[in-house]
Write a protein that binds this ligand. Structure first.
Ligand code: DX5
Length: 240
């Protein structure tokens, strides 16, 4: 539940998106099945190229391998591909073919934000823009109508297990206000996702700032009982 500026209470669908960067890579398919049956909603898939960010992770082949395991309640669960690569456009069709449902990228890494958003949509995927802690929000100015997701990084991208940067809460509030104005003017639904240092003890404050989709890596995969930690997160969110 979230109170709106007009004090109308809104029922908000909160989504938990475990970041497979913290999963056991030797059992990736099993980990994806386990975390979805433990109550997660979305699989957050981190793509790092050791160029745009100082780490190297997965390519389209791993996305293709994980896809058959991304099942929740008998139905496909969205694979949310976060591209931390530069350039961007070259790899987009490969991830679309590999089963990505959502593809997001960093505006600085593309250089042609509108073109890359168009390419992602032409490939049949939902498109998202990602904002590093120091990246200004003006990249949203002329493309809100093309977005399904806005991802606010609350850590500098490249590694799991980092501490949440509190200034991200102000950025989330600013983006929530822009999405609300866009929707009030008849615009489409846009997910507001947060990534980096999300834990059971800060998820409520992040939701109160305006987020509705929560990426969590070490907070979930670092625990033995995925169901217990996801339930604890949902209880915090349910407190409103
Ligand atoms: C960092 C990644 C994050 C990271 C989150 O660049 O984009 O998704 O895996 O991990 P935690 O939740 O441990 O901060």
């Amino acid at each position: 539940m979230r109170a709106t500026p007009h004090s109308k209470v809104l029922t908000v669908a909160f989504r938990i998106a475990p970041s497979i960067l913290s999963a056991d890579f030797a059992r990736l398919g099993e980990e994806v099945r386990n975390v979805l049956s433990a109550g997660a909603d979305v699989v957050h898939f981190e793509v790092m190229d050791n160029h745009y960010v100082p780490n190297l992770t997965f390519g389209p082949m791993i996305c293709e391998a994980v896809k058959p395991h991304a099942i929740k309640d008998g139905k496909p669960a969205p694979i949310d591909v976060h591209l931390m690569v530069s350039p961007v456009d070259r790899i987009v069709p490969d991830f679309a073919k590999a089963g990505a449902d959502i593809i997001s990228f960093h505006p600085e890494a593309s250089g042609h934000v509108d073109r890359t958003l168009g390419l992602i949509r032409e490939c049949g995927c939902k498109a998202g823009l990602v904002f590093n802690p120091g990246t200004p929000l003006h990249y949203l100015d002329h493309v809100l109508d093309k977005l399904h997701l806005i991802l606010i990084m609350s850590v500098n991208p490249g590694f799991g297990g980092q501490k949440f940067i509190p200034e991200a809460l102000n950025k989330i509030k600013a983006v929530r206000a822009r999405i609300a104005a866009h929707q009030a003017a008849g615009g489409q639904e846009i997910w507001l996702e947060v990534d980096g240092g999300v834990k059971t003890d800060n998820i409520r404050a992040i939701a109160q700032a305006g987020a509705d989709t929560f990426v969590a890596g070490s907070a979930i995969f670092g625990q033995k009982d995925y169901t217990a930690v996801i339930n604890a997160m949902r209880q915090e969110l349910a407190r409103g």
